[in-house]
Design a protein around this ligand. Structure first.
Ligand code: NDP
Length: 315
């Protein structure tokens, strides 16, 4: 049968390109989980996604109520849920002050990590219930949160420290808008959130892979320098970043190619190994990449899991 994949943040960039690649394969129905219904409807039409190959369901990851509502709404659709892709993200590299989600969490970690954490935990039940032969939960990671790479060593580096900010709710009281309790830095908050994404994927793998057979994976699709992710960066950066990635670092990848890579992680029969962080080389062949020391710290993964459970009301 046709598989059904939920993709968050499918209104632009990587999420849209992945939704398109899956819809066009004819093997997938895509649930586009997005905060802006009209924008998503226009984007799907403009991308030429076949009619009937997708359903748009509202999801604002900056609100835990919206996440719960989304879960209720997709259950009403009466479709199985076979694959979940946590892709949406915000990046606020020029923000001087933190902004906050409806529940009072610093925005980058609130949306990229905590919103997805609740979503993934809730949809785990639906994945378990699906009879699809290869069920997967995929969380999009990033090289920037990975300090064992060149790109991951550009300051400010990701560092979750002793998690004191997360433990006190990331609500900006005192110095607690950052996971490590340090002063607010928007670029670092994004990288920290990506480390949480990669830790979460591994903790899911350790807790649930054997029992459920679900594949838990993360990936770095390459530097997609043209997406909306960089919308809040200064204009000069936005002008120079794509050619810099294309000609200097050679890490550049088009949205279309990156979408094909993520679509592979969703559906390729050869990519069923669980607990893996996928990357691609210049010839677009996938390989199992190494995570940084912090992103593969099992003790930290457990602590982030437990603190996150408390913050999203699961414990
Ligand atoms: P885009 O900005 O193009 O896409 C981000 C998506 O997230 C948009 O659909 C956006 O919705 C959505 N989103 C943002 N906030 C929320 C929210 N509160 N609730 C629901 N959806 C939300 O960026 P990319 O396509 O580049 O990013 C996709 C993923 O790829 C991210 O996880 C990013 O970290 C990762 N990534 C990107 C790289 C790159 O070089 N671009 C490299 C490595 C990883 P809306 O359209 O409404 O704004």
């Amino acid at each position: 049968r046709t598989g059904t994949a939920v993709i968050t943040g499918a209104s632009s960039g990587l999420g849209l390109a992945t939704a398109k690649a899956l819809a066009e394969s004819g093997k997938w129905h895509v649930i586009m989980a997005c905060r802006d219904y009209l924008k998503t409807a226009r984007a799907a039409r403009a991308a030429g996604m076949p009619k009937g190959s997708y359903t748009i369901v509202h999801l604002d990851l900056a609100s835990l109520d919206s996440v719960r509502q989304f879960v209720n709404n997709v259950r009403q659709l009466d479709m199985p849920i076979d694959v979940v892709v946590c892709n949406a993200a915000v990046y606020q590299p020029t923000a001087k002050e933190p902004s906050f989600t409806a529940d009072g969490f610093e925005m980058s970690v609130g949306v990229n990590h905590l919103g997805h954490f609740l979503l993934a935990r809730e949809l785990l039940e639906d994945l378990k219930a699906s009879d699809y032969p290869s069920k997967r939960l995929i969380i999009v990671g990033s090289i920037t949160g990975n300090t064992n790479t060149l790109a991951g060593n550009v300051p400010p580096k990701a560092n979750l420290g002793d998690l004191r900010g997360l433990a006190s709710g990331l609500n900006g009281a005192g110095s607690a808008a950052m996971i490590d309790g340090a002063e607010f830095d928007g670029a670092k908050a994004y990288k920290d959130s990506k480390v949480c994404n990669m830790l979460t994927m591994q903790e899911f793998h350790r807790r649930y892979h054997e029992e459920t057979g679900i594949t838990f994976a993360s990936l770095y699709p390459g530097c997609i320098a043209t997406t909306g992710l960089f919308r809040e960066h200064i204009p000069l950066f936005r002008l120079l970043f794509p050619p810099f990635q294309k000609y200097i670092t050679k890490g550049y990848v088009s949205e279309e190619e990156a979408g094909k890579r993520l679509a592979q992680v969703v559906s390729e029969p050869s990519l069923t190994k669980s607990g893996v962080y996928w990357s691609w080389n210049n010839n677009s062949a996938s390989f199992e990449n190494q995570l940084s020391e912090e992103a593969s710290d099992t003790e930290k993964a457990r602590k982030v899991w437990e603190l996150s459970e408390k913050l999203v009301g699961l414990a």
